[in-house]
Design a binder for this molecule. Structure first.
Ligand SMILES: *[C@@H]1O[C@H](CO)[C@@H](O)[C@H](O)[C@H]1NC(C)=O
Ligand SMILES: *[C@@H]1O[C@H](CO)[C@@H](O)[C@H](O)[C@H]1NC(C)=O
Length: 367
């Protein structure tokens, strides 16, 4: 009975604490909190790194080889693709949902200008995340006088449902774009380009598709991916842009996968290619992936400027890839490119005005 005396108990406790050797205390008070903090800060990275374990890659596209040289005739080009040549070209509609990408829109429309029957643009006073936004196109319309005779412009009021999934507002706006296309006079077998403003098909690609017969009814366009400017090309895998032979009642404006076919090397995708730091902040706050802004310092102008010049990631995330090889291959900063060959011609003709999009000019204006 002596064994349970208080003195014995306290001795046992001391023995226990001593016996909880240093390793255990170290684990409880240092390793465990550090691990929790680490998971809190980098949990997204851990799950992205393990993506090959929890998500299988999408079904691969069936690539269509794209042949082009400026000196080869259209009938020869159509023939190598296995297509016939038309007697006259199809009419072409370019339709975009506009947010604030003024410079990209100008470069896009100048690239496609000679080929387009109607430029169709819709803008809303709401972002997809239900924040009010100015009608940037309406405010800058004088910069686009060159398309005025061929422009169908539409404004749509946002529904401002707080807390709703942003994809619902996006779908609502795309539906309105279908209506606007009808107003613009689109007809069966006209070509319709569906893409974001910053997904720019090259002129020769659209020219080929409007002149050749028997092209697939829907075709995705494989674009070269760039981040911040043409100084940072990082992959060839942009696929969301598509071209459709319009079918009344069937063709719906969409930005997801719509067919297995993709035409190689068809243009450029330049994400976050903004002139002003304030535009980066707006986009980070207002569009679909706002959950990626995990810490408020991500929106600091100084940090954003540093990230741009380094070719690093605005959200400090790992690349969205499906194999460990691709994740590791694309980890870290994007190497600088010093090539400005095969870029949209309007960009080079106005190289001074768009200096910030060309290699060696990463410093942005505050705005
Ligand atoms: C392309 O064609 C033009 C005129 O037909 C000719 O002057 C030029 O040398 C050709 N260029 C090439 C690269 O074949
Ligand atoms: C958005 O536009 C709609 C329709 O033009 C208008 O009724 C509404 O007041 C606008 N909302 C804001 C926040 O500007």
């Amino acid at each position: 009975m002596q064994q349970s005396s208080p003195a014995f108990l306290s001795m046992r406790l001391r023995w226990l604490i001593n016996g909880l050797d240093f390793k255990v205390i170290f684990f409880l008070f240092f390793v465990l909190p550090a691990a929790i903090l680490g998971i809190y800060c980098h949990g997204q990275k851990i799950s992205y790194f393990l993506r090959p374990l929890w998500q299988s890659p999408p079904k691969p596209f069936i690539p269509i080889t794209h042949y082009y040289h400026e000196n080869v005739s259209m009938s020869t080009l159509c023939k190598i693709h296995g297509w016939g040549t038309r007697e006259y070209p199809r009419r072409v509609y370019d339709a975009v949902l506009f947010s604030n990408e003024i410079d990209m829109l100008k470069i896009r429309w100048k690239e496609l200008y000679p080929l387009i029957t109607q430029f169709v643009l819709l803008e809303s006073n709401s972002t997809f995340t239900a924040l009010p936004k100015p009608l940037h196109f309406a405010m800058n319309r004088d910069k686009f006088k060159f398309v005025e005779p061929r422009l169908t412009y539409g404004e749509i009021g946002g529904r401002f449902r707080r807390g709703e999934n942003p994809f619902i507002e996006e779908a609502y706006q795309r539906l309105a774009l279908d209506q606007l296309l009808k107003i613009a006079g689109i007809e069966d077998d006209d070509l319709l380009v569906m893409s974001d403003v910053d997904e720019i098909p090259s002129r020769h690609t659209i020219n080929l598709l409007r002149w050749c017969d028997d092209i697939p009814p829907i075709l995705h366009l494989q674009l070269k991916n760039h981040l911040y400017s043409f100084e940072f090309p990082y992959s060839h895998h942009s696929w969301r842009a598509s071209v459709h032979r319009y079918k009344t009642g069937k063709t719906k404006y969409a930005h997801y996968r719509q067919t297995d076919y993709i035409l190689a090397d068809s243009g450029w995708h330049c994400s976050f290619c903004f002139r002003y730091i304030s535009d980066f902040i707006f986009k980070m706050k207002a569009y679909s992936h706002t959950d990626r802004v995990r810490f408020s310092h991500f929106l600091s102008p100084k940090r954003i400027q540093d990230v741009i010049c380094k070719g690093a990631d605005l959200y400090d995330m790992l690349p969205e890839e499906y194999t460990f090889k691709d994740i590791i291959g694309r980890m870290g900063r994007i190497p600088h490119s010093y090539s400005a060959v095969h870029l949209p011609s309007y960009l080079l003709e106005n190289a001074k005005e768009y200096k910030y999009l060309l290699p060696g000019n990463c410093i942005r204006e505050r705005g």
